[in-house]
Design a protein around this ligand. Structure first.
Ligand SMILES: C[S@@+](CC[C@H](N)C(=O)[O-])C[C@H]1O[C@@H](n2cnc3c(N)ncnc32)[C@H](O)[C@@H]1O
Length: 221
């Protein structure tokens, strides 16, 4: 299949409704990563010259080819309009690897925790590819508020949470050592809409048990 998924008319698990959600069915985790690359390129063309962007976590760039994943340089796809890229990654090894990887480029890798980091940034775009799914809902809610504060007016947020149509769940990710959270889709979308205008939402990958990876493109008002 075409890397990056194909559109289908399939209904979302659990009948999540209330939004116009396009189902993009990726067959495996690699395809999900390619889908993210495509989304990065789509956002890249919207960026003004000399942009500063935030890509949360360094997973996609440094994970290596493990457990069905492969390294996909999302940061490398953001295009020539980007002057400065910031990455925030709370694991020492991943932050270090990202620093090494981008040492000759204008990429600032902060080993820090999104939940606690405080700064007066103004970004032209933020990419959160499931980092938000590694924190409980109370903390995730606050991080979404931070994204709003850190984005310039009109700037895009590209976010890919793991959501469930039913009760929020949490547990080990299976292939990931971290504890992960699948937030309730309705609550998540409602929270996003407190701050952002949703431009596009696509369900990308259905996990076991009705958990979906969503992709939501939103704009600061
Ligand atoms: C498995 S990855 C996310 C998925 C990946 N971006 C993708 O495209 O599938 C989670 C990454 O976020 C990092 N992370 C989790 N919580 C974080 C936080 N609060 N602050 C910064 N980094 C965090 C983890 O160390 C890990 O590298």
């Amino acid at each position: 299949m075409t890397p990056g998924g194909r559109a289908s008319g399939r209904a979302l698990p659990g009948g999540f409704s209330g939004e116009t959600v396009t189902a993009i069915q990726c067959d495996n985790l690699q395809d999900v990563q390619h889908y993210f690359l495509r989304k990065a390129r789509e956002v890249a063309v919207l960026l003004p010259p000399r942009s500063a962007v935030l890509k949360t976590d360094a997973w996609n760039e440094v994970v290596g080819n493990v457990n069905g994943f492969e390294t996909v340089p999302v940061v490398g796809e953001l295009g020539r309009s980007v002057e400065w890229t910031y990455m925030i990654e709370y694991r020492d090894d991943r932050a270090k690897a990202a620093r090494e990887m981008f040492r000759d480029e204008k990429v600032i890798v902060l080993r820090d925790d999104l939940r606690t980091v405080e700064a007066h940034w103004q970004f032209d775009a933020i990419f959160d590819l499931s980092t938000i799914s590694y924190m409980p809902w109370d903390e995730a809610k606050l991080v979404l508020a931070k994204y709003h504060k850190w984005l310039k007016p009109g700037a895009p947020l590209a976010i890919a949470p793991w959501l469930t149509a039913g009760e929020s769940t949490s547990g080990k990710g299976g292939w990931m050592p971290d504890w992960i959270f699948r937030h309730n889709a309705g609550e998540f979308i409602d929270r996003l809409q407190e701050f952002f205008t949703i431009v596009e939402s696509e369900s990308v990958y259905a996990h076991a048990g009705g958990v979906i990876t969503m992709f939501v493109a939103a704009r600061n008002p």
